[in-house]
Structures are given as C-alpha cells and as structure tokens.
Design a protein around this ligand. Structure first.
Ligand code: ATP
Ligand code: PH2
Length: 335
C-alpha cells in the first residue's frame, strides 16, 4: 500500500525541475458517496510532489526563500480532515489548490489514497492522482459544463432595466446557459465604515451551465458590466464598494475551491472561488436560498443553512432584504 512508506520516486514524470515531496500525510475524513462514509469517516492519505525552484534558497539558506513543507503539510491535512465531499477527485483537486496557494509552488502532483473505500472485493488501496499547474484550475476549460452561480447588484441608473438586461446578456454569451434566476430583492448598500450613503441596491443571483473556464466566466461577467456603463476606466475610478450601475460577481464554480491574487499573470483579472464574502452577505444568500436552498457554498455548507446561521448572527442584515416581486427577471427578457 502506498502512502505510509518512504519516498519512492515521483508520482508522475510530468513535473520538471526541483521537487519537494511529502508522503503519507493522513487524517480521518468524511468524504464519500455513501451515508455510512459521511457518518463514520475513514482514513485518507495524501502523497504530494511540489514543483519548486530551489535555486535562491540554495544560496541564501533562508526559509523565507523556500516553500515551507511543514506549512504545506498542515494545509493538506486540513483539507483531508475538512469539509466532506463526495468524490476523491474533488478531494485531490482541493489538496492541489491548497498546495498552489503557496506562491513558490509552480505545479503539484497529488495522490489521494482511500484504503478503506467501500470496495466489495479484496483490495489494497484506491489511489487517485491529479496533476495541476499554477493557473490550471482557474484557466482550464472544463471537460464538460459545470454549474456556476453569479450574483447581480445595481444601485445607479435604471436598476430594473439593467438587471433584466444583464440576465439576457449572460444568456446570450457563448458557453453560458442560464438555468435559474432568483427573485429580485432590494437591499441597503453595504459600504465601507464611514463612507457616504448610497442608493439602495437591487440584488439577485443567476445559475448557469458554464462551458467556459472560471476565468473566462469572470471575463464574461466583466463584459456584461461594461455593457452597462461599468467598464475598466469606470472601475478604475471607483472607491471600494462604491455605487455602481452593475456588479456581476462569480459566487461559485461547482465545487471548485481555488484562488490567485495576481490573475495568474499576464494582466488577467484576479479570481477567487467561491467568492470570499458570499457566505456573509444577506443580499446574496437570501435570493440564492430562495432559488436553490440545497446548493452548496464550498467551505461553508448548504446555502439555506448558511443563511440560517447569518440570520441568527445578524438578524438585522437578513431582515433588511426586501423582496421585489414586481421586478421579475428571466433569460428571455424582463416581465
Ligand atoms: N469571485 C469573484 N468574482 C468577481 N470578482 C472577483 C472574484 N474573485 C476575485 N475577484 C476580483 O475582485 C476584484 C474586485 O472586483 P469588484 O470591483 O467587482 O469588487 P466589489 O464588487 O467592489 O467587491 P466584492 O469583491 O467585495 O464584491 C477584481 O479585481 C476581480 O478580479
Ligand atoms: N446591498 C448591497 N451592498 C453591497 C453590494 C450589493 O450588491 N448589495 N455590493 C457590494 C460590492 O460588491 C458592496 N455592497
């Protein structure tokens, strides 16, 4: 069985250059398709190869110039022990994301072992190995379309017309199919402390079948914003959380958990999924839970449960969200 043994070669020949390997990282987790797996949990083990460039550290002898493998190891174990997922593939992908968060990690190979998997014949182990390079998770077109959820917000101009047009624009974008649109809500602008008051927002969420990479989905959202008066120049002059004709944020890309803060280089927009503030925003969660209460916000849980937790912690924020049934949105046009 792999995992517990010593370092025994690389997981793949796809990594180039210097490699730091971790073997046999393990934790109990509740991942699996079966209810029993969710309830009882079992041991998961990860082997990880990190492609790095050690040349600077080799000269300076300074940990600050190296990838600290003890930190990576703790991050990997946190994923193994963390939020349950159904598939080992998702678990391995999340382990890869956790490794790629470290700036010095250029690429990673991850083998996740599930030696106690529910297999009905004698066996030693189940191992799923994935290889990811910096940017892969956010920039690779999916092999098949995935479910994505985006949030709409507008608090300047003809808000109703802009919201309706935004849904139509998303539906008209190649690679996107609108499969659900929430009710519209009106909400007090959440601004930075001390900022000048702003007009109220209209907010809604839209579910999409997405055949684009996550980054191209973000670009598509930006294009829809730009079509409604919020282009790059306008954005550049905005204060953070300032008033805007239209905001289109990516909330989730299926179960993907991934982030970069530099757009992967080359001038691409930075992207983090799930959206880091989705789980604390009543103006997102109320319409989302109305549309799809069983959707999962990765890292936080079922959307209806996340909303219930927010309602308990901050009832005023949730009761501020006012339904606007008179503003109906649909992919085909506004009602
Ligand atoms: N999931 C995401 N959806 C939209 N933008 C994102 C996401 N993750 C990172 N970004 C980046 O966030 C930056 C700010 O985007 P934007 O101006 O829309 O923020 P905001 O809507 O004012 O604030 P917030 O991000 O809190 O909603 C952009 O540079 C964008 O590339
Ligand atoms: N009520 C409300 N407040 C906000 C909103 C929003 O969509 N609705 N969006 C923000 C930045 O994205 C900041 N504040």
């Amino acid at each position: 069985m792999g995992g517990g043994g010593g370092v025994s070669g690389l997981l793949t020949t796809e990594l180039r250059g210097d490699v730091v390997s971790l073997r046999g990282l393990r934790a109990r987790g509740r991942h699996g398709v079966l209810d029993a797996e969710r309830q009882l949990g079992q041991v998961f083990t990860a082997d990880v190869d990190l492609q790095v460039d050690t040349r600077t550290a080799a000269v300076t002898d300074d940990l600050a110039d190296a990838v600290d493998y003890s930190v990576v190891a703790a991050d990997v174990v946190a994923v193994l022990a963390g939020e349950p997922v159904a598939l080992v593939e998702v678990l391995a992908s999340r382990v890869a994301s956790a490794c790629l968060v470290h700036p010095g990690v250029l690429a990673v190979a991850v083998a996740v072992h599930k030696p106690q998997a529910p297999v009905q014949v004698p066996f030693d182990d189940v191992v799923i190995t994935v290889v990811r390079r910096r940017g892969d998770l956010l920039d690779a077109a999916p092999a098949s379309p995935f479910d994505a959820v985006v949030a709409l917000g507008a608090n300047l101009g003809d808000r109703e017309a802009v919201m309706a047009a935004a849904v139509r624009d998303l539906a008209a974008t190649g690679g996107l199919q609108v499969v659900g649109v929430s009710g519209v809500v009106e909400t007090t602008a959440v601004g930075l402390p001390g900022a000048a008051p702003q007009p109220d927002y209209l907010n809604a969420v839209v579910r999409l079948r997405c055949a684009l990479s996550p980054r191209d989905l973000l670009r598509a959202c930006r294009a829809v914003e730009a079509a409604h008066g919020r282009d790059a120049a306008v954005r550049a002059g905005e204060p953070r959380w300032g008033a805007r004709t239209l905001d289109v944020d990516v909330l989730t890309c299926g179960a993907l958990v991934a982030a970069d803060d530099d757009g992967g280089g080359g001038g691409s927009p930075a992207l983090q999924v799930p959206h880091p503030r989705a789980g604390v925003r009543a103006f997102v969660l109320v319409p989302w839970a109305g549309l799809a209460p069983d959707d999962v916000l990765p890292g936080a849980g079922r959307v209806a449960d996340v909303l219930a937790a927010l309602a308990a912690a901050d009832p005023a924020a949730v009761s501020d969200v006012r339904p606007r049934p008179d503003v109906a949105l649909s992919a085909g046009g506004s009602a």
